[in-house]
Design a protein around this ligand. Structure first.
Ligand code: ATP
Ligand code: MG
Length: 321
């Protein structure tokens, strides 16, 4: 069974600090081949930072601790050569800001060609044929001609699709997609999501999907991690998380989610803001914003098992249904 296979990626107590302030505060999770893990949470909760740290893409100012095992090999502290071998080929990332991922000095086709040569060993005419196939699959019209275009000649949404084509070009075992469809119109978004699912079915690629779009996460993901103030406050199967959220923060997030079959309504913001640095309380980081606060919330919280495959960082989760 898929669940009994060893994880492809195991993250254990990952911490990221800048200037002595921890922004990611002990991330622990694992992903198996073929699985899709959703990451949700308000802006600034450490979603992007966590995965940039996993890939070794943060500069020297970031102090990183903990362990990230890819098929049992440690990535934290690995030398540049080892990381470069893994990136693109074994793990690829679609960045939240696609413009930074593309080289403005080279045509988009050149850049995808390069990934195919480097990570797939393609040579000769087969390279450009495959590049055009990938551009076509992400919905870039007239790919033979468009392959010669530069990033600044394309729209933001087209650049995002090129970045997705480039990430898929190396046939990675794990794709980290940070808001991959935010700049896309609904038709193209649906096309990209179908493509990602197809690739997963064909190759068993695992995926981390970071998104503010909870409907998308519920549709695409097997598991969901809810991040708040740099830590996971709830981790569960998507089904359990959306049907029976155990953490008050998750409940507040879902309360702002438009009903899938109901009328569209604006997101309801949660009162207050995410604590950082000096403001971080010793107990539950959500306590000051929680409608169900009691004295026990002011003490450090532990992860409680709500059900198999469902944990929450809240003392109440023990008695949650
Ligand atoms: N290079 C950096 N130096 C210092 N602080 C940083 C750096 N990058 C991010 N941060 C801080 O770390 C916190 C987490 O940032 P991150 O980008 O991971 O948020 P996020 O959850 O991805 O938010 P969003 O949903 O807006 O993308 C934020 O408070 C941010 O200001
Ligand atoms: Mg982000």
């Amino acid at each position: 069974m898929r669940d009994s296979a060893p994880p492809l990626l195991s993250v254990n107590n990952l911490r990221v600090a800048f200037g002595g302030v921890e922004r990611v505060r002990g991330l622990t999770l694992s992903i198996r081949a073929g699985q899709t893990l959703g990451i949700v949470g308000e802006s600034g909760c450490g979603k992007s930072l966590s995965w940039l740290a996993v890939l070794g893409l943060l500069g020297d100012a970031a102090k990183i601790r903990g362990s990230v095992l890819l098929d049992g090999s440690e990535m934290i502290g690995a030398n540049r050569q080892t990381l470069e071998r893994m990136r693109g080929r074994r793990i690829a990332m679609v960045f939240q800001d696609p413009s930074g991922a593309l080289n403005p000095m080279r045509s988009i086709g050149w850049q995808i060609d390069e990934v195919l040569r480097l990570h797939r060993g393609l040579r000769g005419a087969a390279v450009r044929v495959e590049t055009c196939r990938l551009l076509d699959r992400v919905g870039i019209p007239d790919p033979v001609r468009r392959a010669n275009a530069y990033a600044d000649e394309l729209s933001g949404g087209q650049n995002q699709r090129v970045a997705i084509a480039m990430a898929l070009a190396g046939r990675p075992e794990l794709l980290i997609a940070d808001e991959p469809t935010t700049a896309l119109d609904p038709t193209i978004q649906a096309q990209i999501l179908t493509l990602l699912k197809d690739v997963q079915r064909e190759s068993g690629m695992a995926m981390v999907l970071i998104s503010h779009d909870l409907s998308l996460v519920s549709e695409m993901c097997d598991m969901v991690a809810v991040m708040y103030a740099g830590e996971i406050v709830e981790l569960a199967s998507a089904r359990a998380l959306f049907a029976a959220p155990a953490h008050p923060y998750t409940r507040a997030l879902l309360a702002g989610m438009p009903m899938l079959d109901g009328p569209r309504r604006p997101m309801v913001a949660i009162r207050g803001s995410v604590p950082h640095g000096q403001d971080m309380p010793p107990g539950c980081a959500f306590a000051a914003r929680c409608d169900t606060f009691v004295a026990a919330c002011a003490r450090p919280q532990g992860m409680h098992t709500v059900a198999p495959d469902h944990v929450a960082l809240c003392h109440r989760a023990r008695i949650a249904t």
